[in-house]
Design a protein around this ligand. Structure first.
Ligand code: PLP
Length: 283
C-alpha cells in the first residue's frame, strides 16, 4: 500500500513518524474516516468540516487546505485502486520534546493518511444484524471532538465481544449516548426514530446527519432525545450509523431480542436510500 505522511506518498513500510510525536505520547491528535464507494469519496465536505471543527476545539493548526486534502485522498484511492473501502486521516500536534505544555505555534502538525480496502455494501454484519451489549460510558465529556484517544471505546467493544456481542452501546446516567464507534438509534412502535440529541456527549456523526435527512425525506418521524436501555430493549427496531458501517441493524441488546430478532424494515430502507444517495453525491 501507498500511504501519505507529511507531504510524501510512500510505501507503507518506508513511512515514519517521530517517537516524540504528540499523537503517540499524548493522544494529541484528531482523525477522520471517509468511506469510498465506486472509487469516490462519500460526504467529503462533511468530513472536512468536522475535521476543521475538531482542530479548532483543540487549538491545532493544519496548513494543508481542504482542496489539498481532497487531492491527497484521491491520489491514495487511485494509487491503491480502492473501489470500496475507507480513507483514514490523522492530524497530530506534531513532534516536540515531551511536555504537557503545547509546543511552539510553528511546530508543524503531523498529517498521515492511509486506505483500507473493505466491502462496505455487502457486509456480513449488516446482513445478519448486530448483537449489542451496554457498557458504562466512562469517556471524557468532549466526545464531540474526534480525537485519537480511543482506548475506552476499544475496552468497551472488547467487553461486548467477550460477552458474545458485536459492539457496545455506551450508557451515561442510565441513558444511551452512542456506540463505541457509531451513533445509536431505536425505532418505537409508532415508527418514530429516536436518537440522542447533539451535545458534547456524542460525536456528531456525518452519517447521522445524512441518514436523518434521508429519514425526513421519507416522511419518517425523527426525535432527537436521550433514551434509556429499557426503552431500547422494548423498541421494535434498533440500528447504528457510521461512515464505515452506513446504517447497520441491531437485533439484540444485552441478550434481549429486539423486535423480531431480525434486521428491521426501517433500518433496511434507510440503509438502501442512504447508500443510493451517497453513490450519487460521492466525489
Ligand atoms: N460516534 C463515535 C464515537 C464514532 O467514533 C463514530 C465514527 O467513528 C461515529 C459516532 C459515527 O460518525 P460518522 O458517521 O461520522 O462516521
Amino acid at each position: 500500500r501507498t500511504v501519505y505522511v507529511n507531504g510524501s506518498f510512500v510505501p507503507e513500510d518506508e513511512a515514519t513518524v517521530s517517537v516524540f510525536d504528540r499523537g503517540f505520547l499524548f493522544a494529541d491528535g484528531v482523525y477522520e474516516v471517509t468511506s469510498v464507494l465506486d472509487g469516490k469519496l462519500v460526504d467529503f465536505a462533511g468530513h472536512c468540516g468536522r475535521l476543521r471543527r475538531s482542530l479548532g476545539e483543540l487549538q491545532m493548526t493544519l496548513e494543508t487546505t481542504d482542496e489539498e486534502l481532497l487531492a491527497i485522498h484521491r491520489k491514495l484511492v487511485s494509487e491503491n485502486a480502492i473501489e470500496e473501502g475507507l480513507v483514514y486521516l490523522q492530524v497530530t500536534r506534531g513532534a516536540a520534546d515531551r511536555d504537557f505544555v503545547f509546543p511552539p505555534e510553528d511546530t508543524p502538525a503531523t498529517l498521515v493518511l492511509f486506505t483500507q480496502a473493505k466491502s462496505l455494501i455487502d457486509s456480513d454484519l449488516a446482513n445478519r444484524g448486530q448483537k449489542i451489549f451496554t457498557v458504562e460510558d466512562q469517556r471524557w465529556t468532549r466526545c464531540d471532538i474526534k480525537t485519537v484517544q480511543l482506548l475506552y471505546p476499544s475496552l468497551a467493544k472488547m467487553e461486548a465481544k467477550s460477552r458474545g456481542g458485536d459492539d457496545a452501546w455506551l450508557v451515561r446516567d442510565g441513558l444511551v449516548t452512542e456506540g463505541s464507534s457509531n451513533n445509536a438509534y431505536i425505532v418505537l412502535g409508532d415508527g418514530t426514530i429516536v436518537t440522542r440529541d447533539l451535545s458534547n456527549l456524542i460525536l456528531h456523526g456525518i452519517t447521522r446527519r445524512a441518514v436523518l435527512e434521508c429519514a425526513r425525506h421519507l416522511q419518517m418521524k425523527v426525535v432527537e432525545r436521550p433514551f434509556t436501555v429499557d426503552e431500547a430493549i422494548g423498541a421494535v427496531e434498533a440500528f447504528s450509523t457510521s461512515a464505515s458501517g452506513f446504517v447497520c441493524p441491531v437485533i439484540a441488546i444485552d441478550d434481549n431480542r429486539i423486535g423480531t430478532g431480525e434486521p428491521g424494515p426501517v433500518a433496511g430502507k434507510l440503509r438502501e436510500v442512504y447508500i443510493a444517495e451517497m453513490r450519487k453525491s460521492a466525489i
